[in-house]
Design a protein around this ligand. Structure first.
Ligand code: CUA
Length: 479
């Protein structure tokens, strides 16, 4: 029987594959941002090669098994209603049983050897290929906290790495199981709460690589994205340095107004001051404090760990790698975050959204402010004193310290609302100057009932001058 006669009954039924095939092949386009075929680093390379090796073994197995199956179906089919004869029965043929048991054993061994080798090869960065850059990643519903240990650099959702250098990601989860996946560089590793996971990767070429959380983690899982920006080592070092420089002076009136709106509405959760080393070192503790406050009151918490926004305007994306960062998208995002990213916690919890209290002017000003958050040029003359103001009354100067880069207003309201720390209204009736002074420079000595210990950073004794401390105390007593 020739093949054509064999296939004739199937021919019309195979036609349905024609429209489907291109759709299936589209997934193999190397240029797609999340394609695992267009690799840009050694880890993704070996993973793709291993996949292709196993794929071709599977293709051979598929063709042989399906070929035998189709051949048997056609050759031994019932011919006409009067055909009641059975083909020759081979059940219990020992030789055949042994052959088709042994063949899969060899196939599985052929797959297991390179698979196990690859797993072991990928267990951490190689020790003989130069220094390894350490990066900490902490997954949150639904964004990524990033810091560079020893560098005093904190950021979120966009990870800068140098081309050609191995990077070791040490990963934690702050809530549920997430999975860290950069398809073109390496994939993928689950991040399990309470566990520390490590993933090494290297970028062989510069690029802006897509990342995606690859484990279902709640409502906004599909939009829990990020980017890895691989850049030449010098450029990467420039970026690290720029993240430690102060921000440029705000230019537009909207931005200046936006800074006040931000301090009043956003700074409880979002930090913009980690260009200062003490604030960068404290950022993890601050976010952990917000986390504790959130867990203590999940339904009604006014605070939750939120992405660091230091030098936000230098980023390319918004909403955890979701959309391009530009004024139009940012205004849309601030005006209605849930419309851009359903389920995100800001829309759920933040007071301005709960109370619907942001006016369209506020939104425009906030956007203008955030889009001016970028570092001064490397050669700009820096005045590193954090206060600097010598004009106005002590209370006015103290207010500047409170709402400015010290970040007090991030955790304390000036009314009686409890945020991360207690509200400060009426402080002078409760505490003496000396007590207020001590609670600023040595917070763990004075813990207000029902507030957690070790949340407030022990840094203000060194970051604030004694003049600034006195001004701050004068301001606090005026509340
Ligand atoms: Cu995080 Cu899915």
């Amino acid at each position: 029987m020739n093949l054509r006669r064999l296939l004739r009954p199937l021919r019309s039924r195979l036609l349905f594959l024609i429209p489907i095939a291109p759709a299936l092949l589209v997934a193999c386009n190397k240029e797609d941002p999340q394609s695992t075929f267009g690799t840009s680093g050694p880890i993704a390379d070996t993973q793709a090669s291993l996949f292709i090796f196993i794929f071709w073994i599977a293709v051979v197995v598929f063709v042989l098994v399906e070929g035998a199956l189709i051949y048997s179906i056609l050759k031994f089919r019932r011919r006409g209603s009067s055909d009641d004869s059975l083909p020759e029965q081979i059940h219990g043929n020992t030789k055949l049983e042994i052959i088709w048991t042994i063949i899969p054993v060899f196939i599985l061994i052929a797959i297991a050897i390179p698979t196990i080798k690859t797993i072991y090869d990928h267990d951490g960065p190689p020790s003989d290929q130069g220094p390894v850059l350490e990066v900490n990643v902490r997954a949150h519903q639904w964004w990524w906290e990033i810091d560079y240990p020893g560098e005093d650099v904190v950021t979120s959702n966009e990870i800068h790495i140098p081309v050609g250098q191995w990077v070791n990601f040490t990963m934690h989860s702050d809530d549920v199981i997430h999975s860290f996946w950069v398809p073109k560089l390496a994939g993928k590793l689950d991040i399990i709460p309470g566990d520390v996971r490590q993933l090494a990767m290297k970028a062989d070429e510069a690029g802006f690589f897509f990342g995606q959380c690859a484990e279902f983690c709640g409502e906004a899982h599909a939009k829990m994205r990020f980017r890895v920006k691989a850049e030449e080592p010098e450029e990467f070092q420039n970026w690290l340095d720029s993240m430690r420089r102060p921000p440029v002076e705000l230019v537009s009136d909207d931005a200046v107004a936006g800074q006040t709106v931000f301090a009043a509405n956003c700074s409880s959760c979002h930090a913009t001051n980690t260009w200062q080393a003490p604030a960068a070192r404290n950022e993890r503790t601050r976010l952990a404090g917000l986390r504790t406050a959130f867990i203590g009151n999940i339904e009604d918490s006014a605070v939750i760990p939120a992405p660091n926004l230091t030098h936000f305007a230098t980023r390319a994306t918004l909403g955890a790698g979701l959309v391009e960062l530009n004024s139009e998208n940012l205004i849309k995002w601030i005006a209605d975050p849930d419309d851009v990213k359903e389920g995100n916690r800001m829309a759920d919890l933040a007071a301005p959204y709960r109370n619907n209290s942001l006016s369209s002017d506020d939104v425009r000003q906030l956007s203008a402010y955030l889009l001016e958050l970028k570092p001064v040029a490397a050669d700009a003359v820096m005045d590193t004193s954090s206060g600097g103001a010598t004009e106005g009354t002590a209370e006015e100067r103290g207010e500047a310290v409170f709402t400015g880069s010290s970040g007090c207003s991030g955790c304390h309201s000036t009314g009686s609302d409890a945020l991360v720390g207690p509200g400060l209204a009426g402080l002078s009736s409760r505490s003496s100057d000396a007590e207020i002074h001590q609670s600023i420079v040595d917070p763990s000595a004075v813990i207000v009932k029902d507030f957690p210990d070790s949340v407030m950073p022990q840094i203000f004794g060194s970051t604030l001058s004694s003049d600034e401390l006195n001004d701050l105390i004068a301001y606090l007593k005026s509340l």
